[in-house]
Structures are given as C-alpha cells and as structure tokens.
Design a protein around this ligand. Structure first.
Ligand SMILES: Cc1ncc(C[n+]2csc(CCOP(=O)(O)OP(=O)(O)O)c2C)c(N)n1
Ligand SMILES: [Mg+2]
Length: 372
C-alpha cells in the first residue's frame, strides 16, 4: 500500500516563496523584502544582470573545457545564477563565504580570477586563490562540511569582537547531513553571526528533494531557533534582499539566519552525470520558463534600458572573460606530481610525508620499468 504524506506537496510547491520579480519579469511588492532593496536602482539591476550573464558564460566555458578534455570535471550552475549572485553581492568584502563546488558565482562575486574557476577542476592545485584575500574558503566537495567551518569562523569573529558575518552555502541534499544540523545547533546555541544559504535546486544528484524533505526546508530552521525565509531563488532581487535581511540580523548580534533559495539545476549534477536517466524533459522545460536571467531582461526592457549598446557591452565582457577562462585552462603549466602534497598543511605533517614518500616510490617504479 502506498501511503501519501500530507506534507509532501508543501515541500515541492516552488511558488510558495517570497519574490520581488515574477517569472514574467514584473516587479511585485513583498512586505518583508521591499525595505531591503529600496536603494537598488536601474543601474544596479543592470549590474546584477551583467553578473549573471558573465557567470552563465563562465559555466558554459567550464562545460566545454571538460568536454574537450581540458578540465577533469565541472559542476554546472546554470539556472542558479540569481541565487549565487543575489546572495553573494549582499556580502561585505570582509565577510567570509564558505561555498560548495557548485557556487562558481560566489567565487566570481568575491573577486575570483579567470584561472580560479578552472585550475582546481583541472587538477593543477587544491585551490588557486588565497582564501584570506577573497574572504572565501576553498570550494567544498564534502557535502555540508563547510557549514561547520562557517559556524566555527563566525564564533571566532564573535570572540574577536568583530562585526563580520560568515555565509555557509550548501544544497538541499546537504540538509540531510549531520554536519549541517550540528552546525545549526552550534550556531543557535552560541548566537553565532552566520547565514545559512540553502540552495534548493530540487535535486541531490538523482535524488529529488521531495524524498529528502516532507516540509519546506526553510521550515526546519525555526526548530533550531533560527529565523528563516524561503525565497524565489530565480529572482535575483529577492535573493539580494533576503540575504541583506539575513546578514543584518547576524551582524547586529541577533544570531544566525537561514535562507532557502528555491531554484533549479538546469544541467547535469556534474559533467559525469546523465540527468535524462532520472528526470523528465517537461520538468526542465517548466524551469526554463522561469529563467533567472530572462526575467531581469524582461524587467530592463520594460524600463527601456535594455538597448543595443547595453547588450553589446555585456556580450563583449562575457566574450573577453570566456577567452581568459579558456586561456587559463589551455595555458596551464602542470606542476611536478609531488607538489600535490605541498600546501596541504601549514606545518610539517608525518602523514603527508609518508604519502609523499609512497607516491615518490610509485613514480620511481616507472623510471625503473623504462630503464629495464
Ligand atoms: C559527505 C559526502 N557524501 C556524499 C558525497 C557525494 N555527493 C556529491 S554531491 C552529492 C549531492 C549533493 O546534493 P545537494 O546538497 O542538493 O547539492 P547540489 O549538488 O544539488 O548542488 C553527493 C551525495 C559527498 N561529496 N560528500
Ligand atoms: Mg541540490
């Protein structure tokens, strides 16, 4: 017998969200969000549009480079541009972001260089930027682990008497991990200045969110004592406004806040995945009509500022950035194999020494074979 859960529809109602821009590109008023974007004028919306177009271009370039054998793997973020740009643009430069592998847009918004998007995926290094320069941790692949790092960082800020905020980015699937739940317990108990940003892109590889969450994910946070909002993750204005609310809450010493951005992963989980095996084309088409970039284009058109000059300028910037990303991958100079053990620990470490010695012996084995 199949028992229906009465809550299941709630978790999958993607329109039960706070929004400022409809899928058709019409501005709407939200009583909670409105006050957080009063200063966002047309020029600011044009900048958000440009950010999202550039991010989509970096992402397309990453997929192409993987198909051409220039990077080993790529986790596409197409469809999630509004969530990433809107939230990351709300951060102050000295706040600290803890992104996951899919948050290319967070690295971009924090000031990443073209090489920062591709060299780690090419296997040239563990991280190509200095986390303390970008105030952004290395993109995390261990699901949910960065939520604990963010809370730890936020507790450090608290003890230093600073007013910076940490932002932990993770997915819908990650909320099933112990780490994320433990992070919320600590954040709440210590009143840590951290914002949890859950990108609900409807899928955790091939697992739909409906089997992980019987109730909207944002609804879990209040159970930890953390106020939350569920926003349209394809609405860059709502994401910016909600993140400003959450950051303000944390910065004022009121403790953590939680956002669930409801969006969609348009592409495969990674370039190693074939989503046609587990999801319907119709679902993807429905979300294509909710595209985060198209709706800002519609708004800018309605305001009469989506003219040829603006379009040409953004296209030229995207072309130039894509060329730099490509050049960074194609022109990469691969380091000596043993250098992979460098920079893992700041101090000498016997475990790393052992691994380095074992790998050196393995490499020497090839030399012996060739000589013999
Ligand atoms: C601790 C851990 N368990 C499992 C995995 C394998 N894994 C990689 S991505 C993923 C799904 C994550 O889904 P979600 O949190 O929704 O993020 P999304 O990929 O959708 O951005 C899993 C299970 C992992 N990387 N780390
Ligand atoms: Mg997901």
């Amino acid at each position: 017998m199949h028992t229906l859960n009465p809550m299941a529809d709630l978790a999958t109602d993607v329109d039960d969200v706070a929004r400022l821009l409809t899928p058709a590109g019409e501005r709407v008023v939200d009583p909670d969000l409105q006050q957080w974007i009063e200063d966002v004028d047309t020029a600011a919306i044009q900048r958000l549009y440009r950010d999202m177009v550039l991010l989509r271009r970096i992402d397309a370039e990453g997929v192409a480079l993987q198909r051409q054998g220039q990077v080993g793997l790529w986790p596409p973020c197409q469809g999630q541009e509004a969530t990433q740009i809107g939230t990351a643009r709300a951060l102050r430069a000295d706040d600290f972001a803890f992104p996951s592998y899919r948050e290319t847009g967070v690295v971009y918004a924090r000031g990443g260089k073209p090489s920062d998007y591709v060299l780690a995926w090419r296997g040239e290094g563990h991280s190509t930027y200095d986390p303390y320069e970008l105030h952004t941790a290395t993109q995390q692949i261990i699901i949910g682990a960065q939520s604990l790092h963010a809370v730890g960082y936020a507790m450090g800020v608290q003890r230093d008497g600073g007013d910076q905020v940490a932002a932990a980015y993770f997915g819908d699937g990650a909320t099933s991990q112990g780490d994320v739940n433990e992070a919320m317990v600590f954040a709440s108990s210590f009143g840590a200045p951290v914002v949890f940003v859950c990108t609900n892109n409807q899928w955790a590889i091939s697992e739909p969110v409906s089997v992980q969450a019987r109730f909207p994910i944002a609804g879990r946070a209040p159970g930890f004592g953390i106020p939350s909002m569920r926003v349209d993750g394809n609405d860059v204005l709502a994401c910016l406004a909600a993140m400003r609310w959450a950051i303000d809450h944390a910065r004022k010493g009121r403790g953590p806040a939680f956002l669930e951005a409801v969006t969609y992963r348009m592409g495969p989980h990674t370039t190693s995945d074939d989503p046609t095996r587990y999801r319907d084309k119709e679902e993807v088409e429905i979300w294509r009509r909710r595209d985060p970039i198209d709706r800002v284009e519609a708004l800018l058109r309605a305001e009469g500022v989506f003219d040829d000059a603006f379009v040409a300028e953004v296209a030229a910037d995207a072309d130039a950035l894509a060329a730099e990303v490509r050049q960074a991958a194609m022109g990469a100079v691969t380091r000596a194999p043993l250098s992979i053990f460098d920079d893992v620990y700041a101090e000498p470490h016997s475990g790393i020494d052992e691994q380095r010695a074992a790998y050196a012996a393995y490499l020497d084995g090839f030399a012996a074979t060739q000589e013999g």
